[in-house]
Design a binder for this molecule. Structure first.
Ligand SMILES: *Cc1c(COP(=O)(O)O)cnc(C)c1O
Ligand code: SF4
Length: 336
């Protein structure tokens, strides 16, 4: 990958500046990719529902001039988002929306999901989050303290999962304060961070952030979110190396998406690439059926057929678990 002068200057900036300079409209992204919006099924109305947002670090992994690029498909607002698909609704995982009010969601034994922020560095078109206007939600200090108390008072909780939105969009000081508070809870064994930033904005993995994590007496796990091997560039690799060198366990979760990774070769290459950089493939999720995402759907039967091919080609530890989110269930449902 050879980068231009403006790109080199951009990647020298800190993560907040890189985020501020993320693409936020169709024209700019198309120009950068040497594509014309006229030749693509873009939709301004879809972009008004859920804005385009793509950091340059992610866009730089797309193939210039390719309207079918699997990374572009994840972020480009297109007309199909406006079609109605049967079985798709605004709130397929309902409780997450309510958890953003109190900050905690305790559905699974021993683990709580802690939601501090609703914003993300990238807007993925397939995400259920697209239908909620909580882009700028940030839990107040009071609510955060109340959520910490809840965790403190329940000794059955051994793991806190920081989720969102993207918890790594919290400022360094906010995050450090939060982790310090969790460090003080004796019965917690692990702190898990679910984030797409190591992939889409690897500049977020700063020395300060790593120091915050290494100072914690808890085991730290980062579950990142990568859907295609092309998302893994040199900056991503460097960020993952520094995390691993600090004894942080790295997992990945992906979403199975039509036109992105619905192909056994692509899934195998993703697992191989992840593992070669010390990241263990953990989950492959079926799509949450959120309004506006129907064109990404892969049926359970198709997904199983793909998984059989992947299983035949890879060692077991490189085969992610195929799962789906089911309202009311006490764990993710594994599809066998
Ligand atoms: C996915 C999820 C978890 C974590 O589940 P694991 O199977 O441990 O990865 C915890 N709580 C909720 C509500 C979840 O949706
Ligand atoms: S929550 Fe994850 S999948 Fe959804 S928009 Fe944010 S980064 Fe993308």
């Amino acid at each position: 990958m050879s980068e231009s002068q403006p790109e080199i200057r951009h990647f020298a900036k800190n993560w907040q500046q890189q985020l501020a300079e993320a693409f936020n409209n169709i024209e700019d992204l198309c120009r950068y990719l040497h594509l014309s919006p006229d030749d693509l099924p873009v939709s301004v109305a879809a972009a008004e529902n859920f804005p385009l947002r793509v950091p340059l670090s992610f866009a730089a992994c797309m193939e210039k001039g390719n309207p079918h690029d699997p990374l572009l498909r994840q972020v480009l607002p297109i007309k199909e988002e406006l079609f109605a698909y049967p079985g798709f609704s605004h709130d397929p995982v309902g409780d997450l929306a309510s958890a953003t009010q109190t900050g905690v969601l305790h559905k699974y034994h021993g683990r709580v999901l802690f939601i501090n922020t609703g914003s993300c560095a990238i807007n993925c078109r397939y995400c259920f989050r697209r239908n909620f206007p909580y882009a700028d939600l940030q839990l107040s200090k009071q609510k955060e303290d109340a959520a910490i108390k809840t965790i403190q008072n329940d000794t059955s909780i051994s793991e806190v999962i920081l989720s969102g939105g993207d918890p790594l969009l919290l400022s360094e000081s906010r995050l450090a304060r939060l982790i310090k508070q969790l460090d003080g809870i004796k019965h917690l064994k692990r702190i898990r961070i679910h984030s797409r930033l190591p992939i889409v904005l690897p500049a977020r993995i700063t020395d300060d952030f790593i120091n915050t994590l290494t100072q914690s007496p808890k085991q730290i796990i980062i579950v990142m979110h990568c859907n295609h091997a092309n998302e893994i560039n040199d900056r991503v690799i460097a960020a993952c190396n520094s995390l691993r060198n600090s004894a942080i366990t790295l997992f990945n979760q992906s979403v199975l998406l039509k036109g992105v990774n619905d192909n056994a070769e692509v899934l195998c290459e993703l697992s191989e690439q992840l593992f070669s950089h010390g990241i263990i493939p953990y989950y492959l999720h079926l799509l949450d059926k959120a309004t506006g995402t129907g064109h990404f759907e892969i049926s359970e039967a198709e997904a199983l057929a793909l998984m059989r091919q992947v299983q035949a080609a890879l060692p077991g530890y490189l085969v992610p678990k195929l799962v789906k989110e089911q309202a009311g269930a006490t764990s993710k449902q594994t599809i066998l």
